[in-house]
Design a protein around this ligand. Structure first.
Ligand code: SF4
Length: 361
């Protein structure tokens, strides 16, 4: 793809997420952790993008940048494409009174979202059941985060991030834990502490619990939006890539989405759908329609082959495929009156990992 001036800012995010950026000078971002890692946050135009910087495929990217003070000129081969910036939050300079750096407790995601993983382990991690794209325990092994964060510590960091860096919402994610709540009880404690201290809108992500009363507890604890991520609507793909999620099945997720929408409201529930796991376009588009009909925002994004994960050597879908998918899904989203702008907190509002926001316009 050759970018023209007219299209570049609209489609640049898609192309960057398909190709990545070679960071020739400066920090490359976060290596592991929950969500799409091995990447760095950049802002340009009126959007923000979480762009792969460390995966193997990035070595072949036509895009490169040299960062000075978090800013640089993005080049496509030798052509200058855009000025891009990477936020450098003030709260990263602080530590708790026990000496734990704040950035080991929470990170700035997007431009205004604090993200934290209260428990950086997963029951499936050392089993064949683990999600093949996931890197949740990798950052702990690299020593860039702590395995367990206390609710008061996360609240303290959220408070600083709100004051110093204008953080306006919080994402809490977690690996699946033992027990019928699957980790939700921990999320409840963290949400209560953050809400009490900061009043910030909070998003929580989890595997559907065995008992939906835990969803009610989550709502009562101050969580505003939830992410219940099926990842793929192709059942064969799901069995291969995320066997534990395949066992829950589409029906199990449907029940969790419906109850979540009753509790949290339309547009306040979301599910990631990853493109590039071996599915066809139709499963993504049909899946998005199923979600949108329930009032759930279909957060489509391209595969992130996180270094150290089982899929580290994969290549994300190319620009043309992602553009086609985003165009179709954005029509569905618009038809149902859903929008990233209506989301109170979390990945949908942050919008760094998906390029659906630029197609909503
Ligand atoms: S979209 Fe979600 S996972 Fe991605 S950077 Fe934003 S908060 Fe983090």
């Amino acid at each position: 793809m050759r970018l023209s001036k007219e299209t570049n800012l609209k489609y640049l995010k898609v192309d960057l997420q398909s190709n990545g950026i070679r960071v020739l000078k400066g920090d490359k971002g976060r290596i592991g952790g929950a969500g799409p890692a091995g990447a760095k946050i950049f802002t340009f135009g009126d959007t923000v993008a979480n762009v792969p910087t460390m995966s193997t495929f990035v070595e072949n990217s036509p895009y490169s940048v040299e960062l000075e003070g978090g800013k640089g000129i993005l080049k496509r081969y030798d052509d200058e494409v855009a000025v891009i910036e990477s936020p450098m939050p003030e709260f990263y300079k602080l530590k708790t009174k026990e000496g734990i750096p704040y950035k080991q407790i929470g990170l700035l995601h997007g431009t205004d979202c604090l993200a934290s993983t209260p428990v950086q382990t997963c029951v499936y991690w050392n089993m064949p059941d683990r999600c093949k794209f996931c890197g949740i325990e990798l950052s702990r092994k690299k020593g860039t985060t702590t395995a367990v964060k206390r609710p008061e510590e996360i609240a303290e960091v959220a408070d600083a991030a709100k004051r110093l860096d204008k953080v306006s919402h919080v994402t809490l994610t977690i690996g699946t834990l033992k027990g019928a709540d699957k980790g939700i009880k921990v999320l409840c404690k963290c949400a209560s502490a953050i809400k009490d201290l900061t009043g910030l809108p909070i998003h929580a992500q989890f595997e559907p619990p065995d008992d939906f009363r835990y969803l009610e507890e989550l709502h009562a604890s101050g969580v505003d939006t939830v992410g219940v991520h099926i990842e793929s609507f192709d059942e064969d793909v799901l069995r291969k890539i995320a066997p534990a999620k395949a066992r829950i099945g589409v029906d199990g997720f449907m029940n969790a989405w419906k109850r979540s929408v009753e509790l949290f409201g339309e547009n306040q529930v979301s599910s990631f759908i990853i493109a590039g796991l071996g599915e066809d376009d139709q499963s993504i588009i049909e899946g998005s329609r199923i979600l949108a009909d329930l009032g759930v925002y279909p957060l489509v994004l391209s595969l992130r082959p996180i270094p150290g994960s089982d899929l580290e050597n994969e290549i994300p879908p190319g620009f043309e495929r992602m553009k086609r998918i985003y165009e179709e899904v954005s029509m569905i989203v618009k038809d149902r009156g859903l929008s990233w702008k209506r989301s109170k907190a979390g990945c949908v509002r942050c919008r760094a990992c998906s390029a659906l926001d630029v197609f909503e316009k």
